[in-house]
Design a protein around this ligand. Structure first.
Ligand code: GDP
Length: 194
């Protein structure tokens, strides 16, 4: 996707307040600190909208309008150790409402840190999306932090662990170095039909 404009148009805290659908919608999910904001900033090359992972923006579903036509949706991060039970329930209700009710949603990118085997919350998300029959793709982040041979080994470990749920498409990316970003952009264009 060639991003010509990107604009944060809505922050949704209540599932009844989702915006009117546009011509395409893809969403990004991941544990907090996985590199979701960095990846979104990389994808929105024009950077009219700087994505921030600061608290406040991280508890809502943030809608970015791309090229005045499509939505990139930044879903609230998960896996905060210090989050209260009420906060967790709020997060769960918001996410479940979105995944089950948003018919326009074309793809969820589940971001997983390339350096480690999938964590409990990564497994939870994959298994949840699978059960809800929401289409998703795995995006591994921070690949620059691994040496080539470690990368290969960890990639196989991750794929093998997640193969328990099914066969999925994987992207290896680095927002720092830009690796994998073109490939991901092409894939997004294909999904959105642009
Ligand atoms: P978020 O909480 O998922 O939005 O994560 P951020 O995008 O804020 O990233 C968390 C930390 O990881 C920050 O310090 C980023 O600079 C760093 N980071 C994100 N992506 C990469 C990457 O591709 N490579 C490296 N080396 N660091 C990254």
């Amino acid at each position: 996707m060639l991003v010509k404009s990107a604009e944060l148009v809505k922050m949704v805290h209540n599932i009844d307040h989702l915006p009117e659908p546009m011509n395409g919608e893809i969403a990004f999910a991941g544990r907090s600190n996985v590199g979701k904001s960095s990846l979104l900033n990389r994808l929105m090359t024009k950077k009219e909208a700087r994505v921030s992972s600061k608290p406040g923006k991280t508890r809502s579903i943030n809608y970015y309008l791309i090229n005045k036509k499509y939505y990139y949706v930044d879903l609230p991060g998960y896996g905060f150790a210090s989050v209260s039970k009420t906060e967790k329930e709020k997060w769960e209700n918001l996410m479940e409402g979105y995944f089950t009710g948003r018919e326009e949603l074309q793809m969820v990118f589940v971001l997983i840190d390339h350096r480690h085997p999938p964590q409990k919350m990564d497994h939870m998300m994959v298994s949840w999306l699978k059960d809800l029959r929401v289409p998703f793709t795995i995006v591994l982040t921070k690949m620059d932090k691994l040496k080539k041979n470690e990368r290969m080994k960890m990639f196989n470990t991750i794929k093998s662990e997640l193969s328990y749920y099914g066969n999925y498409t994987y992207f290896q990316t680095s927002s720092e170095k830009g690796e994998g970003i073109n490939e991901l952009n092409k894939y997004i264009s294909m999904i959105i039909g642009n």
